[in-house]
Structures are given as C-alpha cells and as structure tokens.
Design a protein around this ligand. Structure first.
Ligand SMILES: [Zn+2]
Length: 210
C-alpha cells in the first residue's frame, strides 16, 4: 500500500511519545495509541466519532501553554508565582519540601498546613542515575530568606530517605531548623495517597533533625 511506511512512522512516533510517560511501557503505549486513533477515526464509528485524540492534543497544548512553574517554589502556576506563594497569609517561616505536585496537593487538601512549599520534581535515585542536577534542588538554598524551618516531607522509602539525608546535609550550614515528617506514617506508605488526618498528624508530630 502506498504511503504505509509513512503511516507506520506516524504511529511509531505517537507510541514513542506515550511510552516516555511515567508508568507507561511499550505495550500500554501501543494500546493507548490504537485506542486514540480508532476513536478519532470517523470511518470506524460514523455515529460515535469522538475526536478524542484531537481533544486530548488540544488539552495538552492549552495546558502546557497556560501553565508554568512558579519561579519561587516550582508549583504549577498561571502567573510568575503560584497562588500559594502569592498569598500574603501564608507563613513564610515554614517551608515544606515535597517530591511533586501530587504531594503538594495532598498537603493542601489536608487543610492543616499554612506554610509555603518547595517542589523537587522527583527524588534522588542513584540506581537509576537520578542525581541532584536532575531535580529542582540547587535553588533551595537561595529560597531560605525568612525561612525558620524546612520540613522534609518525603516518602519513607529508600529514595525519600536518600533525598532527605542529602538535603539535610546541604542545609547544615544554614541558619534553619530541619525536620522530617513523623515516623508514625507507615513505612513505604505514599504521601500522595494518605488521608488528610494521617498527613496532618505526620506534619504536627514532625521530628527535628538539626
Ligand atoms: Zn510558588
């Protein structure tokens, strides 16, 4: 068939992009690609064509153009600073270091935290080659003005521990108290999925490292 090579290349490119997403292997990427392409193809379902692929593509373009990272904490933002950093009622003396946006949102949803954040966008993972330069880590020291305490709100797993130790060491020469969430949270339990009460308790019962 004429042009089939070109078609293969188009499909391969889509599968390749999907496979780069976290938690999506080659097989899932292929299934998603076929799903999106057939759902968008009016010939397969003339009545029920959903144009899902184009809707998805448009949502991606709109969101990635309209959303950026806060210059202060790297949270998602529509302006230079996110809503939290721009809020004068937040306590600038308390800074919570989190792995990602999901964890930040979990803390916000718990309702008990009134400080500010710093988002790492990942954790250290030497085995997979993720070092400090691969994360939003180097700017942390320049964000400590007015900060009295840094809470390392990272998961209680190997990567979380490694990252917390690294940052605690990095902050040793700064005039800030450094603490970690209470160990009452279950080992290996992920902050992202913790209920509001458990999160709030882990925060209020945090322990000081130095
Ligand atoms: Zn911010």
């Amino acid at each position: 068939v004429q042009g089939s090579g070109q078609g293969e290349a188009l499909i391969e490119r889509l599968v390749g992009e999907l496979a780069r997403l976290p938690g999506i292997g080659q097989r899932t990427a292929s299934r998603l690609a076929y799903f999106l392409l057939t759902r968008s193809c009016a010939a397969i379902s003339p009545q029920g064509a959903t144009r899902q692929a184009e809707d998805l593509a448009q949502a991606l373009v709109d969101a990635s153009r309209g959303i950026r990272l806060c210059v202060t904490c790297a949270n998602l933002a529509v302006a230079e600073q996110c809503r939290i950093c721009a809020d004068p009622r937040r306590d600038r003396g308390l800074l919570c270091v989190v792995e990602g946006i999901a964890e930040l949102r979990a803390f916000e949803a718990s309702g008990g935290y009134r400080g500010i954040y710093y988002v790492l966008h990942g954790v250290l993972n030497p085995l997979e080659g993720v070092g400090p330069d691969d994360l939003n880590m180097t700017h942390l020291c320049s964000r400590l003005r007015d900060v009295e305490e840094v809470v390392l709100a990272l998961n209680a797993d190997v990567e979380g521990d490694t990252t917390a130790l690294y940052i605690a060491k990095m902050l040793r020469d700064h005039e800030v108290r450094v603490s970690r969430l209470a160990t009452g949270i279950p080992m290996g339990g992920e902050l992202e999925y913790m209920d509001a009460g458990t999160l709030a308790r882990a925060l209020t019962e945090r322990r000081v490292l130095h």
